[in-house]
Design a binder for this molecule. Structure first.
Ligand SMILES: *Cc1c(COP(=O)(O)O)cnc(C)c1O
Length: 368
């Protein structure tokens, strides 16, 4: 028998969350962002739930090729554009749209021989200071691009640094409006946080295309201020394993490497077939929530490579073979949002879902 651990990808929840993004940004087109292998879900598995998108956005050409191989005929956008002049050959062949964020990418395009005109996204640096043209250089870049026979259309884009936080998007949106004033073309600004928090009221933030990622994968971009229930999002990834041993502890006994947890009374401890080599965060401390047979319990002691240990005080009926939900959907309608686990471990839902390990057998399910 294989080790009792698996991950489930909920395609019905992906479709629900994508529809939620559409509702948050009425009349805008929606890129489903599927970078990092669809945030760890697997592009091919996630695709089943995301076909209602208007396009797919990612960074890697190899991932763009995988989406085309699924027979997707619609738009595909490379969010960081080409890394090399030769990438343009593939863009022409597969009809990939690509971002232009620095001058050299325009040089490559100007020298590129193609029958097929490209759709490009010209990126403004609106304060994040990672990628994009400065406000001062933006117009000249636009003029240069618009003079190229290789270019069909130019969409104006930026990426927010603070859409999930207190600073918000007002300043960056104003900078974008100022830099793009009077320029024709479609606009694209909003990630998940901006889509949920601001796209409803602001046509400027909404633009013509929104680019939701994390919300599609059932994580609240502004957790713990708001959780997925608040935003009407559903978990799309479940990580579940079974109890493979039970230890009866006396008061004073310790658990795991480093003996970091000491029982203060007689306790039952469940040993679960999931560890950091499966993608469970090693820094999850004692108290991190898990579900045992759908009932909330707490992690104890140190996470090891192949196992975690759980205090079974809240689940007296737990036994070997009991199902432990590390995150996602549990039995009987129970839910443990990935954000709660990430927060306890000092990280974000993004990192946990992206780190789901290769060794965990993963399958797509369309409900439950
Ligand atoms: C990753 C990414 C997104 C999606 O961000 P989320 O916070 O996951 O919604 C949108 N736009 C760009 C340019 C990105 O790199």
């Amino acid at each position: 028998m294989p080790r009792p651990i698996e991950a489930l990808i909920h395609t019905d929840a992906l479709a629900h969350n994508l529809a939620r993004a559409r509702r948050a940004a009425p009349d805008a087109k929606v890129w489903a962002v599927v970078k990092a292998n669809a945030y760890g879900h697997g592009i091919e598995r996630a695709y089943a739930g995301l076909q209602g998108a208007d396009g797919f956005a990612m960074l890697d050409i190899a991932e763009a090729e995988r989406v085309r191989a699924l027979d997707w005929r619609g738009p595909i956008l490379l969010l960081e554009g080409c890394f090399d002049a030769r990438d343009l050959e593939i863009c022409s062949r597969l009809h990939l749209w690509h971002t232009i964020h620095r001058e050299e990418q325009i040089d490559w395009l100007a020298a590129h021989k193609t029958q097929h005109q490209h759709q490009v996204f010209l990126k403004l640096n609106s304060g994040m200071n990672r990628l994009g043209f400065s406000a001062a250089a933006f117009r000249a870049a636009w003029l240069r691009l618009s003079g190229l026979t290789q270019v069909d259309s130019i969409t104006l884009m930026t990426h927010y640094s603070d859409a999930d936080g207190a600073r918000g998007v007002q300043q960056a949106t104003a900078a974008f409006e100022e830099a793009t004033r009077d320029l024709p073309g479609e606009r694209s600004l909003a990630n998940s946080a901006a889509t949920l928090r601001f796209a409803g009221e602001s046509a400027s933030v909404r633009g013509d295309w929104v680019r939701p990622g994390i919300m599609v994968y059932g994580s609240a971009p502004d957790y713990p201020a708001h959780d997925i229930a608040h935003w009407d999002l559903q978990p799309t990834m479940t990580l579940q394993a079974e109890i493979i041993s039970i230890q009866e502890l006396q008061a004073g006994a310790t658990v795991g490497y480093g003996s970091t947890f000491t029982a203060d009374r007689p306790m039952r401890i469940g040993v679960v077939a999931c560890g950091y080599a499966d993608g469970y965060p090693r820094l999850a401390p004692t108290g991190t929530p898990v579900l045992v047979d759908g009932v909330r319990a707490r992690m104890t002691g140190r996470v090891s490579m192949d196992m975690v240990t759980v205090d079974l005080s809240s689940v007296p009926d737990a036994k070997i073979g009991s199902m432990v939900t590390l995150w996602g959907r549990g039995p009987n309608g129970s839910v443990l949002p990935i954000d709660e686990v990430a927060h306890a471990a000092g990280t974000v839902g993004y990192e946990l879902m992206c780190a789901l390990a290769m060794r965990v057998p993963t399958r797509a399910v369309s409900s439950g």
